[in-house]
Ligand binder design. Sequence first.
Ligand code: PMP
Length: 341
Amino acid sequence: SFNHSSATMPPATRILQPLKVPSKLLMGPGPSNMRESIMDDVKAGLQYLFQTNNELTFAVSGSGHAGMECAVMNLLEPGETVLVVQTGIWGQRVADLVDRLGGRVQTLNVEAGKAATLEMFSKAVEDCKPALVFVCQGESSTGVAQPLEGFGDVCQKNGALLLVDAVASIGCVPLQMDALNIDCVYAATQKVLGAPPGLAMISFSERAVYHHTAPISLVYALREALSEIANEGLEQCLLRHRQCADFLYSKLEKIGLKPYVQEKSIRLPGLTTIELPPNVEFKLIIDKLMSQGIEISGGLGPTVGKVWRIGTFGVNADKEKILKTVHALDEALKTVHNKDV
Ligand code: PMP
């Protein structure tokens, strides 16, 4: 059910082309003379992925947390108020960071498994007049995809900057940074993109300057992952994640399991939280699957001991892999039940 507006900006031709790694003469004390064009390719790929024209769009060294830190450090002045929309552990993480940096935290607490409504969001922004607002689009601790329509406009109207964590949602949930009036988005390489962890992608609507030494082999890998998304097409990538999530829900239902997030429209396509059935030792099931080489995980933050989490990011948004996983889960549950009898 994605409409054409989920990705209206086309990819630049350069990111559709195969990677050309130049043969380089690294003569200085290193690193030196990295070909600018690789970084330009990455920038073009990221601008497409985030659907933005922001000049300041790049990859910073470090995992998703580095993106979070880079964003908050650069958007916050000590003493300023930050409104954190807390839908799970990532809001908590940002709140801790803001606190350590001398900012004042106000939280909008949302029940685990639910999303903030535009109405409650507007009221919170109007009430606390923050300089910065944090929202996690793909809350991987609860499996909720937070809708963002209208949030940027509310922030702009109230003089606040909007920061969005898209680590677990970019490429599996539509995100049009410019159209949504978002000031900063950060994401990571290891979810939908399936590139090695170690780079955080980030885009700023405002000017700022950074200097750091980039891990070049990771940049190559990111460039190739972005090229794959550009060639598949962002809309197709989003659709594949949506369809695979729907496929997973239907297969889970067949074996008597229910998604934890009740409202279907806010389920995060790349990560599904599943309610634990009664009297099942969830860790035992995870171990059984792991012994067959299939990793799923337990809950995180507000969902610890309440759910299993199955990720279907990137190449794992694939029906065969989903079938294999659900089949293994079914078999594991049967052996546990048989032993109980
Ligand atoms: N935000 C979200 C929504 C995440 O799911 C994660 C990682 N699971 C992070 C931030 C942190 O990313 P990283 O593990 O790459 O530091």
